[in-house]
Design a protein around this ligand. Structure first.
Ligand SMILES: [Zn+2]
Length: 79
C-alpha cells in the first residue's frame, strides 16, 4: 500500500502511478530503483495544483517541464 502525493489516500500500488528517482537514470515512470513517489491514476490527482511541487519534494529532484508532457501523455487515458 502506498500513499498518493496529491490526495494523500493510501491505495493499492496497482491503482497508482509510480515515479522513481533512479540512482543512475534519473526520473522514471513505473521503473527504476531509488526514491519513489506515487500518484493516483486519475486526472484529479495528476492534474492537482500541488502535484508537481509535491513530486519534486518527494523525490528531492528538480523536474524538467518536458517530463510533465510525458506524464500528461501517460495519464490521458485515465478517468
Ligand atoms: Zn490521489
Amino acid at each position: 500500500m502506498r500513499r498518493c502525493i496529491s490526495c494523500r489516500v493510501v491505495q493499492d500500488r496497482l491503482k497508482l502511478l509510480r515515479f522513481t528517482n533512479d540512482f543512475e537514470l534519473g526520473l522514471m515512470i513505473n521503473k527504476g530503483i531509488g526514491r519513489s513517489a506515487y500518484v493516483c491514476k486519475t486526472k484529479k490527482c495528476s492534474k492537482d495544483s500541488k502535484f508537481k511541487k509535491n513530486l519534486q519534494k518527494a523525490l528531492k529532484l528538480t523536474i524538467d517541464p518536458k517530463f510533465y508532457e510525458i506524464i500528461d501523455m501517460e495519464i490521458q487515458n485515465y478517468k
